[in-house]
Design a protein around this ligand. Structure first.
Ligand code: NAD
Length: 494
């Protein structure tokens, strides 16, 4: 079956008639369909449609735009089960997780719709008499949205709904590892009443993404993906004077102190490290155990991780699905080899599963390394798979230093019953997000989301802060004095 780009409310193939297959990572014999491998020409068509639609959409009263976005949330709710199956089939995570992914988009739709009744600017007193100072948030224009595959609906929704709510139009280049979910996203926005050209989808790989970044009529680029790709995009946006928001890699640490509720921590670490098969930007990939509980917790964790049920995400009792593709499978197995060569202790896992039901998928065992030292690559580099690196900390200060010894700074967590440790960690951990007595994953739509260091470039999605990405400020001075008043000069003369 062939799927198409969505441009100006029309479903169309790529101008170059090139296609790529979309494959089920749990069973590579299952080909979901072929999708257009788009070129700069297709991107230009979509951007043109978005540019043409901007004038009318940006002048539509914001709460009216909000009504359409709210309807999209309703339709996502109605199609949740069906879309979850589409998503699981193409990217592998279990159905309960893909339903959560869609719920996040529903929450974001309702949140963004509600914000269309606010979109606050601010007013201040003027320094001159009979003069009024106002400021407004203005839509910017065409937003180019480029996303990864691990949250095929939630992550794009964090960008698309606020961008549309603020009055922008959108061209979205979804990941070529999860394009079917994007097709359903477009169907839903069309049914919700988004006018032609306001929202467009162009499928493809780096070529289409790069063309979107380069197009002169794209004024904002909002990207989620690896730090390597994001950095390249930021360089181009710098040269082209475009606004760019980047959500990139992570290497998130959990600290467990000796006074923690270890059963609670155990559930949190299992979910954080092996949920989505470790393929989350916020996945727990480093575990820092306070020395007094190190051995005990490691035993508890290994036992539970060994018993995780691995399989196709479409099966009801699966707890951990496959990894996304051959490239990623090779990369993860490569890091497992590196960890062993570096001298870390492989506690459990380490293998690809190839027999029986696993024969045609990309399945890797939950893997835990202990004795990991901060100089090791498995401690420093994002693996993006079910691999957890464990280090021992002698003290709270040592634990914080280990957590902060990273080029990334997205999520983090501490398990402790101590108020002193908890508040010091909130202050001292270098990350955009810190959880206390909860895992590193679990963002909510109405709170700022993003990271510091090589995870981001200072923007935050989610919450009110996302509108800083998708709006520009307009400042207006209204002088009703009837005479020339010169700021900075006539004030002094009064
Ligand atoms: P990726 O960087 O390979 O690709 C991301 C997107 O960029 C894809 O749509 C891809 O086609 C496109 N792309 C690739 N090269 C491009 C180029 N030169 N110009 C323009 N677009 C280009 O990332 P991935 O493997 O799809 O996703 C995994 C990464 O995403 C991990 O590093 C993960 O941490 C990160 N991620 C971050 C967040 C976050 O919110 N911080 C969320 C999810 C995933």
């Amino acid at each position: 079956m062939r799927f198409f780009n969505y441009i100006a409310s029309q479903w169309m193939p790529s101008a170059s008639d090139r296609w790529f297959p979309n494959v089920n990572p749990a069973d590579t014999r299952d080909i979901i369909g072929e999708f257009p491998r788009s070129s700069a020409e297709d991107v230009a068509r979509a951007v043109e449609a978005a540019r043409d639609a901007f004038r009318t959409w940006s002048r539509t009263p914001a709460p009216r735009r909000g009504e359409i976005i709210r309807r999209a949330g309703d339709i996502f709710t109605r199609r949740k089960d069906e879309l979850a199956a589409v998503m699981t089939r193409e990217m592998g995570k279990p159905l309960f997780e893909t339903k959560g992914d869609i719920q996040e988009a529903i929450d974001t739709a309702y949140y963004s719709a509600t914000e269309t009744r606010r979109l606050f600017g601010y007013n201040t007193p003027s320094e001159l008499p009979n003069k009024l100072n106002l400021s407004f948030r203005m839509p910017i224009g065409v937003c180019g949205i480029i996303t990864a595959w691990n949250f095929p609906i939630a992550v794009p929704s964090w960008k698309i709904f606020p961008a549309l709510a603020a009055g922008n139009t959108v061209v979205w280049k979804p990941s070529d590892d999860a394009p079917h979910s994007a097709v359903v996203f477009a169907e839903i926005l069309e049914e919700a009443g988004v006018p032609p050209g306001v929202f467009n989808v162009v499928h493809g790989d780096a070529e289409a993404g790069a063309a979107l970044v380069e197009h002169p009529d794209v004024r904002v680029v909002a990207f989620t993906g690896s730090t390597a790709t994001g950095t390249r995009i930021a360089e181009r946006c710098g040269a082209l004077n475009k606004k760019v928001s980047l959500e990139m890699g992570g290497k998130n640490a959990v600290i467990i102190m000796d006074d923690a509720d270890l059963d609670l921590a155990l559930d949190g670490v299992l979910w954080g490290a092996f949920g989505t098969t470790g393929q989350r930007c916020t996945a727990t990939s480093r575990l820092i155990l306070h020395a007094p509980i190190h051995d005990r917790f490691l035993d508890m964790l290994s036992e539970r991780a060994r018993s995780l049920r691995i399989g196709s995400g479409l099966e009801a009792d699966t707890q951990m699905g496959p990894v996304i593709n051959q490239r990623q499978c090779d990369k993860i197995l490569g890091y497992i080899r590196i960890g062993q060569e570096e001298g870390a202790r492989l506690i459990i896992g380490g293998n690809r599963l190839t027999s029986g039901n696993f024969a045609h998928g990309y399945f890797i065992e939950p893997t835990i390394f202990a004795g990991v030292q901060p100089h090791m690559r498995i401690w420093r580099e994002e693996i993006f798979g079910p691999v957890l690196s464990v280090a021992r900390a002698d003290s709270f200060e040592h634990a914080i230093a280990l957590a902060n010894d990273s080029e990334y700074g997205l999520s983090s967590a501490i398990y402790t019953r101590s108020v002193e440790y908890a508040f010091a960690a909130m202050r001292d951990i270098e990350a955009g997000i810190t959880y206390v007595n909860a895992p590193t994953i679990g963002a909510e739509a109405h709170m700022p989301f993003g990271g510091i260091k090589n995870t981001g470039n200072g923007h935050r999605e989610g919450g009110w802060t996302v509108f800083d990405i998708f709006t520009e400020w307009k400042t207006v001075y209204v002088d009703f004095s009837g005479r020339l008043q010169r700021a900075q000069i006539d004030t002094a003369a009064e």
